[in-house]
Ligand binder design. Structure first.
Ligand SMILES: [Zn+2]
Ligand SMILES: [Zn+2]
Length: 337
């Protein structure tokens, strides 16, 4: 089968490799669509310890074409998505109901072969089906939606609270939507006006603030005189982490889920004197069923985030172009026949 192989910093190659065989507890998925996210670009740019020779890609959808003898939850012909974290089920964290923290976790597209290939073998317990009303390319965005949904559940009720979302990339745009559904007054923040306009036009945010605007502090003070009740940081840069501590009111919450490429230096006295509650949010757990349900009920809009599509053969070019964040790009999706 054809697969896209990561071959070291800045190098992706289309290769012919053997089709995977499945174990009794596994499902063979014929991949239909793969989303490219910041983590993939991070791997591509050599920012991780993912070894050369890895098939990357972890946001995907496909058709089940074979199931192992022990599989009962899915059938051949099902349309399916899957979680990308393979957990052990036996460690302290798995037993406690926090499998995203499993200390033997292995990630599809990093530690195990990923989705930028014609077929992939996946443990059946990670697989979820979805109806034909959801197109495959849209279904590939269910995974990033679960990230936003899980981050939201780090906090309790957000009804009528003023909540800032720093970063209006795909994860930020999904956060806007799930926070709005939770009853929050969402304040979208970014440095790119086109993304702010997109979120505002869709009605996902109540206020759009460009953090580079000289009137930013003044504008925010009008909306939230005490500071915002909660802030979600979905960028992963020193200045946005600092901003999160600055704009959140005393006794408020900060959720960090951006992928930080470097250690960040922060003024922790801001945190101490404001008695801020800072939470990390790492991947997701038990988030696929509610994410699929939100999509099925048309409570979230995913399709309009897909701005650029490529074929599997064109994946190397997709990564070069996606790395620039230009051309009003929001989400890049690779589609397979
Ligand atoms: Zn991702
Ligand atoms: Zn475990």
């Amino acid at each position: 089968m054809r697969a896209i192989m990561y071959q070291g910093k800045g190098k992706l190659e289309l290769q012919e490799i053997p089709q995977p065989t499945i174990k009794p507890n596994e499902v063979l998925l014929k991949v239909k669509a793969v989303g490219i996210c910041g983590t993939d670009l991070h791997i591509y740019n050599g920012g991780t310890d993912v070894p050369p020779g890895t098939v990357i890609g972890h946001e995907f959808s496909g058709e089940v074409v074979a199931v192992g003898a022990d599989v009962t939850n899915v059938q051949v012909g099902d349309r399916a998505v899957a979680e990308h974290v393979v957990t052990c089920g036996e460690c302290f964290y798995c037993k406690r109901g926090t499998p995203n923290l499993c200390n033997k976790r292995q990630v599809l597209g990093m530690d195990l072969p990923g989705a930028l290939a014609e077929y992939m073998a996946i443990p059946a317990n990670l697989v979820y089906t979805f109806p034909a009303t959801i197109p495959y390319d849209v279904a590939a965005l269910i995974e990033p939606l679960t990230i936003a949904l899980f981050a939201q559940t780090r906090l309790g009720s957000l009804a009528e609270k003023k909540v800032a979302v720093i970063g209006q990339g795909p994860i930020g745009l999904f956060l806007d939507q799930v926070l709005r559904l939770a009853g929050a007054e969402v304040i979208g923040m970014d440095v790119l006006d086109n993304r702010l306009t997109f979120a505002k036009t869709n009605g996902w945010i109540a206020h759009a603030l460009n953090t580079n605007d000289s009137a930013f502090t003044e504008q925010l003070a009008k909306i939230a005189p005490l500071g915002v009740d909660a802030t979600f940081e979905a960028v992963g840069r020193p200045e946005t982490a600092t901003l999160a501590l600055e704009i959140t009111r005393p006794d408020g919450d900060v959720v960090l889920l951006g992928v930080f490429e470097q250690p960040v230096s922060l003024n922790l006295m801001r945190l101490i004197r404001k008695e801020l509650h800072v939470h990390g949010s790492w991947t997701c757990a038990f988030s696929f069923p509610p994410a699929i349900e939100l999509l099925q009920q048309n409570k979230v809009e995913l399709a309009s985030l897909i701005t650029h599509r490529y074929t599997l053969e064109d994946t190397p070019r997709a990564f070069v172009e996606a790395s620039t964040y230009s051309d009003n790009r929001i989400k890049t999706v690779i589609t397979l026949e």
